[in-house]
Design a protein around this ligand. Structure first.
Ligand SMILES: [Zn+2]
Ligand SMILES: [Zn+2]
Length: 557
């Protein structure tokens, strides 16, 4: 019996975001990606949703390194939280120069760089990490320098696809290395495939990234008498390259807008991944001096993110850019599910100011970075794995991907759908679920400690209906109210009726408290009766249900 391999999924299986898995054998562990996920409007104040790192905290002395497959936030956004969660940990990170450049930036921002050793990988490199021999292969995706990892383990080769597509004409010519995967599949064979499922329910083949360039060229030509603003993902260096190429053809100067856009463009140019001549790129502070029809602004915020550069422009609140009829704004990305409304508001805001809008719903100014069914099948065929676990996707994508593998001919017992928190055991007999750790969402809002579900629930109640406080001081010995009750509210009543309503509520609270005092009640009784009385009044007078917060003190004796 060869030594088993345990795989623990801490995130990324069942929801898109916060990818993180742990591979272990012979008592040693390697972390595979460490991502974060962003909050929606049901999670007020939350900045990051990260995996529950408890399992890693409890086994910190067994961690030998962390492989980061590519530079997207759902793969690297959790690295600082991980180091903060395990104070003594010094961690070796393995990734390409671009990925590690962004990891380094995150670590430096939080003063954690001293606890990380960054090991730069090149295509085709092999490294011994913990209990595994790892081989890293190029993969095409919507950010440069992604890596497929082949882990040689005591249970055979585990191949992790990373986020991938099969693009035969990628902008940088760096294609997914199917030939090497085919060779590994021949000798020694691939035991287990872990494969991206994001587009598992989309039939057909995705279009090449290089088809976007000519579409952009047409739009730039049509709008040649306008200033052009393009919203794109800051990590999508190949999109930025195509935008820049077309802009330069038209003799425009490139201006980057948004912190992450400026940072990523600088890093990609340093590493030779993005080619824009020095003379063709200027700082946003100089944008006003440039001839508008000779300017192309590449901006963050194409997803309608709160306070992002495009959102601020749409609200006429940008420090740098005032949008008007002289502008054409191109949205070179699809809204990610959940962001549609926010993107719609930004587009409307820009149109209201007179800008012409071009987006992916009208013309093909975007293509996906994730392979669709035919590409997934191609990878399955080339890898020809004995076992398969779909990763990276909503639950419906995981199930769809499992179906696809079985339609290709895999036996159902060789295909396993797992979700966050599941632990799998790979042995000579195959793969099975074996144990469970927390797959919970951990909500971070900028404070050192995570937010509890309880705090989130309270925030939602406050957000939905505001709050009403009742403040009073009671002399329990003398059985009298010595101060208040004073009622104060936020988010409950309009300014012109607030005084009357607060006074009315205070009267109700006073009556109820006097009754309780006569019945020799204590402070808890005062709080209970005042909450109930104010609650009744609030509901009857306004039909609203704010949070009611009684603060009743007893006079010191
Ligand atoms: Zn991803
Ligand atoms: Zn990705």
């Amino acid at each position: 019996m060869a030594e088993p391999v345990r795989i623990t999924f801490l995130g990324g299986l069942g929801d898109i975001g916060r990818n993180c898995a742990v591979l272990e054998s012979n008592g040693r562990m390697v972390i595979l990606d460490c991502g974060q996920m962003f909050a929606d409007e049901t999670q007020p104040g939350v900045e990051s949703i990260i995996p529950d790192f408890t399992y890693l905290q409890e086994n910190a002395d067994r961690i030998d390194g962390c492989v980061v497959t590519h530079a997207h936030e759902d793969h690297i956004g959790g690295v600082t939280f991980l180091l903060e969660a395990i104070p003594g940990l010094e961690l070796d990170f393995y990734g390409t120069a671009f990925t590690l450049g962004l990891v380094r930036h995150k670590l430096q921002e939080k003063n954690l760089a001293g606890r990380a050793n960054l090991h730069v990988l090149n295509d085709g490199d092999t490294r011994s990490i913990g209990p595994f021999e790892c081989e890293f292969l190029p993969v095409t995706h919507s950010t440069p320098s992604g890596l497929i990892t082949a882990f040689t383990t005591p249970q055979g080769v585990i191949l992790h696809s990373s986020d991938f597509k099969l693009d035969h004409t990628p902008v940088d010519g760096r294609v997914t290395d199917l030939a090497r995967i085919g060779a590994i599949s021949q000798d020694p064979g691939i035991r287990l495939l872990l494969c991206d499922s994001t587009n598992a329910n989309t039939p057909g083949q995705s279009t090449s990234e290089s088809t976007v360039g000519p579409v952009l060229r047409g739009i730039f030509h049509e709008h040649r008498n306008k200033r052009i603003i393009v919203g794109a993902f800051a990590s999508h260096v190949h999109r930025i390259q195509q935008i820049a190429d077309v802009a330069i053809e038209q003799d425009r100067t490139i201006v980057t807008l948004g912190r992450s856009m400026k940072r990523n463009v600088a890093l990609a140019r340093d590493l030779g991944l993005l080619s824009i001549p020095d003379a063709r790129i200027r700082d946003i502070a100089d944008a006003d001096d440039l001839d508008p029809v000779k300017t192309c602004i590449i901006s963050t915020g194409s997803q309608g993110e709160f306070r992002s550069a495009l959102t601020l422009m749409a609200q006429n609140d940008s420090r740098w850019i005032t949008v008007g009829p002289q502008d054409t704004v191109i949205f070179s990305s699809h809204p990610i599910p959940g962001n549609e409304a926010a993107v719609g508001r930004v587009r409307s805001g820009l149109a209201r100011q007179g800008a012409a809008i071009v987006h992916s719903g009208q013309v093909d100014v975007h293509t996906t970075g994730h392979g669709t069914q035919q590409e997934l099948l191609a990878l399955h065929s080339v890898a020809n794995p004995e076992l398969f676990v779909p990763v990276h996707g909503e639950y419906e994508h995981l199930v769809g991907h499992a179906d696809l593998a079985m339609r290709r001919g895999m036996a159902p017992e060789n295909v396993l759908v797992a979700t966050d928190g599941d632990q799998l055991l790979l042995t000579d007999d195959g793969i099975s679920k074996d144990g469970q750790v927390s797959g919970d969402y951990i909500y971070m809002d900028g404070a050192a400690e995570a937010l509890t579900e309880e705090i989130l629930q309270e925030r939602l109640l406050l957000r939905d209906a505001g709050f009403v406080s009742v403040i009073a001081e009671v002399d329990l010995a003398g059985r009298e109210i010595v101060f208040g009750p004073v009622v104060t509210s936020r988010g409950w009543a309009a300014a012109n009726e607030r005084f009357d309503l607060e006074s009315g509520a205070a009267n109700e609270a006073r009556e109820a408290m006097e009754g309780a005092l006569a019945d020799s009640g204590d402070i808890r009784d005062m709080e209970r009766v005042s909450r109930r009385a104010v609650g009744r009044y609030v509901a009857a007078s306004t039909r609203r249900r704010p949070v009611i917060v009684p603060v009743i003190r007893s006079t010191p004796t």
